[in-house]
Design a protein. Structure first.
Length: 302
């Protein structure tokens, strides 16, 4: 009989991470934990493995692997029992590795120039329309169904990024899009499909001291305001069309003193158990396929 398995996903941002097999319910026969990625993310992931190790597999508690991500990526975690009736209970922990966990380097840099940033919206009956920061697409005075949005920022600085995704309405269940960075577009054109939700996020070393404020109006609902480094807007039921959107980005340096305490690493715990298993996307690609670069240490000869 084949040993049981389950899958769960681990969403990580751009950066360097330590993924650790922290503990298992059955210490005598702990399950095997295998890591893989979707084929679309193969070019942005590097697993750093010991010499003579070909696959990012964690065999027992205490095992570690380092992964370097050049873009936000979803890591697929497959847990395999040792035997047909074996345990699948395991806890996986991820920790961000950084040379500047307090973000002090960003304090020595000049303020980000946001003057060239514009929000693009495809409005029903009007087509593509641009709005600067603090300006409405649609809005309380001229509500208009928004069918897609993009971010136009030709002079984006190297260490500051802005990305977004949307939820597209219409017949059936709303469809969520992948995140795209400034210069990309999410949604539709010419199909009369409204947006019913959107997510905006700042990222990068210089973004630690900046926040987004999003004002949004959904058809038949009062105006809402959300502030944070990652903001999500949607109507009461998640199906109301978006008819007004305004973005602002501001520094938080005055409100947040530079010397505030913070943990050395940002950790994410992921207990894995059958009760909370999630299905993995189809087409996983493991490092042994050759489409993910694997680095190994070399012995230094005396």
């Amino acid at each position: 009989m084949k040993s049981p398995t389950l899958q769960k996903s681990l969403d990580l941002q751009k950066g360097l991470f330590l993924i650790r097999y922290d503990s298992a319910e059955d210490a005598a026969q702990p399950p095997k934990v295998s890591l893989s990625i979707d084929s679309r993310a193969a070019g942005s992931v590097e697993f750093l493995l010991p010499p003579d190790v070909e696959e990012p597999v964690l065999w027992s508690p205490g095992a570690n692997v380092v992964v370097r991500l050049s873009a936000p990526t979803r890591i697929q975690v497959e847990v395999s029992a040792r035997s047909a009736g074996g345990s699948l209970g395991a806890r996986i922990q991820s920790a961000s590795l950084s040379t500047d966990p307090l973000g002090l380097a960003a304090l020595d840099e000049p303020p980000i120039d946001l003057s060239g940033l514009r929000l693009l919206g495809h409005l029903a009956g009007r087509g593509d329309t641009f709005a600067g920061l603090g300006e409405w697409l649609g809005g309380p005075m001229a509500p208009t169904r928004i069918e897609g949005v993009g971010l136009d920022w030709a002079g984006r600085p190297q260490k500051f990024g802005l990305r977004h995704s949307v939820r597209v309405g219409g017949p059936g269940e709303p469809r969520a899009t992948e995140f795209v960075e400034a210069g990309g577009y999410s949604g539709t054109r010419g199909r009369a499909l409204p947006l019913v939700g959107a997510t905006f996020e700042v990222f990068g070393a210089a973004a630690q001291h900046y926040e987004i404020t999003a004002d949004a109006i959904f058809l038949g609902s009062p105006q809402m305001k959300v502030t944070g480094q990652r903001v999500v807007v949607s109507g009461p039921t998640g199906r109301e069309p978006l008819v007004g959107l305004r973005l602002q980005i501001a520094s938080t340096r005055v409100a947040a003193p530079p010397a505030r305490s913070a943990p050395a690493t940002a950790r994410q715990d992921m207990p894995v158990a059958p009760a909370i298993a999630e299905s993995a996307p189809t087409g996983p690609v493991r490092s042994g396929s050759g489409r993910v670069r694997v680095f190994r240490s070399r012995a230094v000869k005396g």
